[in-house]
Design a protein around this ligand. Structure first.
Ligand code: PLP
Length: 476
């Protein structure tokens, strides 16, 4: 595309934009079990208007836009209070969970640079079920991720294994409440005690659980302490654009006190330009996401959130119970809220996801790890909770269809991979493998089962190279 010589009309533009969505999955009908958190028409309307009313205000400079400082401090304080931080606790709004986590890691790294200058190669200890954002933070910030695998019985990390991984280079412990992948809460209180004993920072990733679990606790559900009430917890991330039902582009990073948070803030006056002070990663940023979050939290209120959570939890329980009664499928572990995953010992779940896809459902495939078999992920939220029965019905039928189909020949794929690894020109051999998996060129794949089969059988490092090359081709 070129910039048009003469501008188009609003009508033309809007109809073109709408046409772009023709091949998208239909999230509005509640058939996509991840990515979108829809609070319904009225809340979405309030969010949209609030967002648009701050579209052009710039969060870069609170002296010019005190309104944005007010929005940010109000939202942070609401979340800090819910997560039982005291008046010393502080925080910032960020663009999402990834930015919140990257900032927590940067803060730990920069605090260690000042207080533990002997550490030249900082390490952070991260359970295997933690979100990839920790790996991304490690990669960007030159902190080594030390990965602790899960207890194969409980499918959660053992606090004692985390402690064993501590050495003189450790600057940070991390854990999730709950993890996105299987929806289980790590032993936060035990890890907190270890963090305190070793005088280490401890980040709790509450990106999905921060609001939802806290309201569940207030509703009388049994929820283990995971927030600032646990002494050793020094920072928490909580996404508002997930179970806060805010518009995308809003998460909170919180610290127990200012003495930690100060390492997050960056200032620079060493240029010919304006004085730059950035507490978060972005510099110029729209006030829209902040106003949207402020609006939805005030619109729903605690009562509104509790009503949503009741409905979501009822649906999630029905779905987990239902899946466990389908022959060949089982839910992994003991999920704490409304995110979970399920696996199968008798069929290929990636084929099942494709079969469900033909009926308009999107279930997210996840790869196997030493303790966890390959599985499909489901996030239940208000926008899809009404479809629990419909999903179970189609799952039952699709399981039978997949059982009657020829399975994907994973033995042949494994030997192709083994041969490629031995090949004198591995790059070409893997290129061919990518072609046959449909992972090349500028076209999006329609069926994922074969691709997922190849990727799940590749060593992680190679799998990542595959995916980087694929995206490098996909985007111009
Ligand atoms: C979604 C998620 C993240 C990453 O958040 P983004 O908003 O997608 O950047 C991190 N941790 C957990 C537990 C998540 O669910």
């Amino acid at each position: 595309m070129q910039i048009p010589q003469t501008g188009l009309s609003k009508q033309e533009i809007l109809s073109m934009l709408s046409a772009f969505k023709a091949r998208d999955m239909d999230w509005k009908s509640g058939k996509v079990w991840c990515y979108v958190y829809d609070a319904g028409e009225d809340p979405a309307d309030v969010t949209k208007e609030a967002y648009m009313s701050f579209l052009s205000e710039n969060g870069l400079d609170p002296s010019v836009f005190p309104s944005i400082l007010k929005l940010e401090t109000d939202v942070v304080r609401m979340v800090v209070n819910l997560l039982r931080g005291d008046s010393n606790a502080v925080g910032h709004l960020t663009s999402g969970g990834t930015e919140s986590i990257m900032l927590a890691v940067k803060t730990a790294r920069d605090k260690a640079r000042v207080e533990k200058p002997h550490i030249t190669q900082p390490e952070m200890i991260v359970p295997k079920n933690a979100h990839a954002a920790f790996h991304k933070a490690a990669h960007y910030l030159c902190v080594k991720p030390v990965i602790v695998d899960l207890d194969p019985k409980t499918l959660t990390v053992r606090a004692s294994d985390m402690e064993k991984a501590i050495n003189e280079n450790t600057i940070l412990l991390a854990a999730s409440a709950p993890s996105y992948s299987q929806g289980m809460i790590d032993p936060i209180a035990e890890i907190g005690a270890i963090a305190k004993k070793h005088n280490l920072l401890f980040h709790v990733d509450g990106c999905v659980g921060g609001l939802h679990l806290s309201f569940m606790r207030k509703m009388g559900c049994e929820v283990p302490d995971f927030d600032f009430s646990v002494e050793g917890v020094t920072s928490i991330s909580t996404d508002l654009h997930k179970y806060g039902y805010a518009a995308k582009g809003c998460s909170v990073i919180m610290y127990r006190d200012r003495s930690i948070r100060k390492y997050q803030i960056f200032a620079c006056t060493d240029t010919t330009g304006y004085t730059l002070v950035n507490p978060t990663a972005l510099s110029s940023k729209s006030g829209g996401p902040m106003a949207g979050a402020w609006a939805i939290m005030n619109f729903l209120g605690e009562e509104g959130y509790k009503k949503i959570i009741q409905k979501v939890q009822d649906a999630a329980k029905k779905m987990m119970d239902g899946i466990n009664t389908i022959d060949g499928l089982y839910v992994l572990g003991k999920p704490a809220m409304s995110m979970f995953s399920f696996a199968s010992d008798s069929l290929n779940v990636y084929q099942l996801a494709d079969e469900m896809g033909k009926r308009g459902w999107y279930l997210q495939g996840q790869f196997s790890t030493p303790a966890i078999p390959r599985n499909l992920h489901i996030s239940v939220s208000l926008g899809n909770a009404d479809n629990a029965d419909a999903l179970l019905k189609d799952l039952r039928e699709c399981v039978e269809i997949v059982k009657s189909k020829p399975p994907i020949d994973s033995e042949t794929i494994k030997s192709m991979i083994a041969a490629a690894l031995q090949s004198p020109d591995p790059e070409a051999a893997f290129g061919q493998l990518a072609d046959s998996a449909g992972l090349s060129g500028a076209e999006l794949p329609t069926e994922m089962a074969f691709i997922n089969e190849v990727l799940d059988n590749l060593p992680d490092a190679l799998c990542n190279v595959f995916l980087v090359n694929y995206f490098n081709d996909l985007y111009v």
